[in-house]
Design a protein around this ligand. Structure first.
Ligand code: PLP
Length: 403
């Protein structure tokens, strides 16, 4: 009998690491060099972690051999709670913090503890697609709300409000956003939070890029703006601290907990069932959040991320028919290919064709649950010469591309 995957996986989509990546691996196995601008993984681009943080892990390796508290080691949870207090999130202590093997694990846990079959979760479109995939995996129904490219990819509050049904349980906010790079204004966040308040929704806010901000953009913490709402804020070491391989993240519970005791017990049960997160990596957290680490040198003019963003944006938008909202945060450009110029009916196929012809690996917009086929995502972690090379290849590919 054929061994088949569980039916609960049938509708789970995570296309950004699907067939396109498999084809890239084949090309590499055949000896081709592929320029990979598909993953927000800083280390391979030479953006290494702060030494002080890594040293802390090395110093504590001997102490990290056993399981820890299922929620994570106390000093790390305390450091996270204190960092949140500094950001204006009231009344959080180490007991409100769950550490995980990256935000990824905590996304799945937070939804597993919440959802029954058919429960609906509001998720931005486009989104970081693990959110959509994890809701489906947990038996829930992702309901996408529109983010408006004309308005710098801000969530369309009317669309959010009109997407609510009696089955809606939670609202996901991704700010700064992957893939669009949007950093939401206080007014937008207050609007989202007011909808959550009115409909008694759990707020799940993914703020993993909270410190990767350009040109004076300000990140507002949703939890700080809504102390009267139950908010789960997720963050981690992968991006700001360039430690994606350590798999280390946190989830902070804030707001009124009394009515949520049963849900929080469920979350704790799931934390217990995985025994604990990777312990060596937990030792990086206190050093990372303790104030030693500053990444402004990467974000200011002359800093790598800032220069790469500016350069890639200029080069991309110089291609006829390509426009792009300039990202105010995070690590991605999400250009639009004018449908009047480029007739793209299948954006995943376009990414495969680009890969085969030019050996450049990008990600297709529909992989981020965008309903239209006119966007691709490009990571701007690579150095300026590599970005130049990749964008030059994209331009020559587009010059005679037809589907
Ligand atoms: N959330 C967002 C918005 C992301 O972009 C990513 C990774 O790209 C993650 C979560 C996953 O982070 P982690 O490495 O902590 O699992």
């Amino acid at each position: 009998m054929d061994l088949t995957q569980a039916s609960r996986l049938r509708n789970v989509r995570y296309d950004i690491r699907g067939p396109v990546l498999r084809r890239a691996r084949q090309l590499e196995a055949e000896g081709h060099r592929v320029i990979k601008l598909n993953l927000g993984n800083p280390a391979p681009f030479g953006l290494e972690a702060p030494e002080d943080v890594v040293r802390e892990v090395l110093l504590n390796l001997g102490e990290a051999q056993g399981y820890s508290d299922a929620r994570g080691i106390h000093p790390a949870r305390l450091a996270v709670a204190q960092a949140f207090e500094r950001r204006g999130v009231a009344d959080v202590g180490p007991d409100d913090v769950f550490l995980g093997n990256g935000v990824s694990e905590l996304i799945v846990m937070s939804l597993q503890a919440l959802l029954d079959t058919g429960d609906e979760v509001l998720i931005p479109s486009p989104d970081y697609p693990l959110w959509t995939g994890a809701v489906t995996l947990c038996g829930g129904r992702p309901v996408h709300y529109r983010c408006d490219e004309q308005d710098g990819w801000a969530p369309d509050l009317d669309d959010v409000a009109s997407s609510i049904t009696p089955n809606t349980r939670a609202m996901v906010i991704i700010n700064p956003n992957n893939p669009t790079g949007a950093v939401y204004s206080r007014a937008t966040l207050l609007g989202l939070l007011e909808i959550a308040r009115r409909h008694d929704l759990l707020v799940l806010t993914d703020e993993i890029y909270d410190q990767i901000l350009y040109e004076g953009a300000v990140h507002e913490s949703a939890a700080a703006l809504a102390p009267d709402l139950l908010v789960l804020t997720l963050g981690g070491l992968s991006k700001t601290y360039r430690l994606a391989g350590y798999r280390s993240g946190w989830l902070v519970v804030s707001g009124p907990r009394q009515h949520a005791a049963d849900y929080l017990d469920g979350l704790e049960l799931l934390a217990n069932m995985r025994l604990c997160p990777n312990v060596p990596a937990q030792h990086a957290i206190q050093a990372a959040l303790g104030g030693l680490v500053d990444i402004t040198h990467l974000l200011e003019p002359g800093g790598r991320l800032r220069d790469q963003r500016d350069h890639a944006w200029q080069q991309l938008t110089a291609i006829p028919g390509v426009s792009c909202v300039q990202p105010a945060g995070a690590l991605y450009l999400f250009p639009r290919f004018d449908p009047a110029v480029y007739k793209i009916t299948d954006d995943e196929q376009m990414v495969i064709d680009l890969l085969e012809r030019e050996h450049v690996l990008l990600s297709h917009g529909t992989g981020f649950n965008l309903p239209t086929t006119d966007h691709l995502r490009m990571v701007f972690l690579a150095s300026v010469p590599v970005l130049d090379d990749a964008i030059g290849r994209l331009a020559s590919f587009l010059a005679d591309y037809h589907q």
